[in-house]
Write a protein that binds this ligand. Structure first.
Ligand SMILES: *Cc1c(COP(=O)(O)O)cnc(C)c1O
Length: 406
């Protein structure tokens, strides 16, 4: 028995939170609970989510609502984000959809960061207006632009920091003040920061979203998402989106992701150290025109990065001369870095994101917003997700490739 009642440090919560010793077997490692149904006594359950109040206060009934293994993951993520409650979803995009469709209704207005994960931006642009939800895309680093965009019916502001793929940051405390003065709520996609870097709720956000598919699972073998926030807010969203939209996480994915989180802190320490070395190498390289990484002193928001990010992340983007030619060489010439989409795995991944294509498919930015995108991305950026390989091997891989840039 311990008498120590301090809150555990986050690194300790990453291996302990949500874990209970199995009462029947004494197992210390989490067991996967595959059962879809759990037996209950008449009167203990609820037949309709609308009647149930907070579903997580009920006994386990049906795995679409939550499940013992999924619940362990929810409790661990809530602890890591300093949140009262968390709801796991099948993917990161499902967590964003659960929030948008579970907390907004026809007649409401959403402000979304003009640059953020493509799936979120496209969902807001293509799906929500069809449900009567108005959407404005705003550069959330420009607080005057945010103030000008707010309307009486603005209910939610959705930010992403650092944002994918520019690595532009958003000042969460400043944003939260404006959003709350307006009576709206602030959600933050913190996938790139991870809870190791930033805990958005501590900076005033109301909701935090992660694609668990990325650094948090960290092994490229499970899709997942999480929405963290206040108990009352999450109860309402779980009873609508969790039950009626149905994008529940599977128990086996929850188990894999819990296992990924066990090593989150040491993985991120190594990935962050390597990303810093690689960013500095790229910044010195004559074929490289620009590097976007919050850990570099010449990042336009380096002071904010120091204030808001305990860890500067494992993702960076950079511009080179002749990027299309270089991109075409990558699948064959890179030894360790895979040419692929996605990010946050144990193996490094690179992809070329052409600005003209991004403008056509996802961002549709015009005027000053287009100029701001190009300030970070030029005609296109390479997005590099740093893995767990030795930093020297990754630098050698990139050095060999960049020699072919001219
Ligand atoms: C990948 C990603 C998502 C979407 O997550 P999925 O698990 O692929 O659905 C959302 N936000 C960010 C920042 C991402 O990188």
């Amino acid at each position: 028995m311990t008498t120590d009642r301090r809150q555990p440090q986050p690194a300790t919560a990453a291996v302990h939170a949500g874990l209970g010793i199995d009462p029947t077997t004494g197992a210390i490692a989490p067991n996967i609970s595959m059962s879809v149904n759990n037996a209950f006594r008449p009167g203990d359950g609820a037949f309709s989510a609308a009647e149930a109040g907070d579903l997580v206060d009920l006994p386990f009934l049906y795995a679409r609502w939550t499940n013992p293994t999924v619940r362990q993951l929810e409790q661990r993520m809530a602890a890591l984000e300093n949140a009262e409650e968390a709801m796991a979803t099948a993917t990161g995009v499902a967590a964003i959809a659960a929030l948008f469709l579970g907390s907004l209704k026809a007649g409401d207005h959403l402000v979304i960061s003009d640059v953020c994960y493509a799936g979120a931006r496209e969902m807001a642009d293509r799906l929500l207006p069809g449900f009567g939800i108005a959407v404005s895309a705003v550069n959330l680093t420009d607080l005057d632009a945010l103030r000008a965009a707010l309307r009486p019916n603005t209910r939610l502001i959705h930010a992403e920091t650092p944002c994918n793929p520019l690595l532009r940051l958003t000042d969460l405390a400043a944003l939260a003040e404006i959003v709350h003065a307006h009576g709206a709520k602030l959600s933050v996609d913190s996938t790139l920061a991870t809870p190791v870097g930033t805990r958005p709720l501590d900076h005033g956000a109301d909701y935090v979203i992660h694609s668990l598919t990325k650094f948090i699972n960290g092994h490229g073998d499970a899709l997942g998402g999480i929405l963290c926030g206040r108990k009352a807010d999450l109860a309402a969203i779980r009873s609508r989106s969790g039950v009626y939209l149905g994008a529940a996480m599977s128990a086996s994915n929850a188990w894999l992701i819990l296992r990924g989180i066990d090593t989150l802190f040491p993985r991120m320490a190594q990935i962050g150290a390597s990303a810093q070395i690689i960013a500095e190498f790229l910044a010195r390289h004559p074929a490289v025109l620009q590097v976007n990484y919050p850990g570099l002193p010449d990042h336009p928001q380096a002071a904010l990065a120091q204030r808001q990010m305990a860890f500067k992340g494992g993702l960076l983007s950079f511009r080179t001369r002749h990027p299309r030619r270089l991109a075409a060489l990558m699948p064959d010439k890179l030894r360790y870095i895979h040419y692929a989409f996605s990010l946050g795995h144990q193996r490094s991944i690179i992809v070329y994101l052409d600005t003209a294509e991004m403008m056509q498919s996802t961002f549709h930015l015009e005027g000053a917003a287009d100029a701001d995108y190009r300030r970070f991305a030029g005609e296109g950026v390479f997005r590099l997700s740093v893995g767990l390989e030795a930093a020297d091997d990754l630098v050698a891989d990139l050095d060999g490739l960049l020699a072919l840039a001219d």
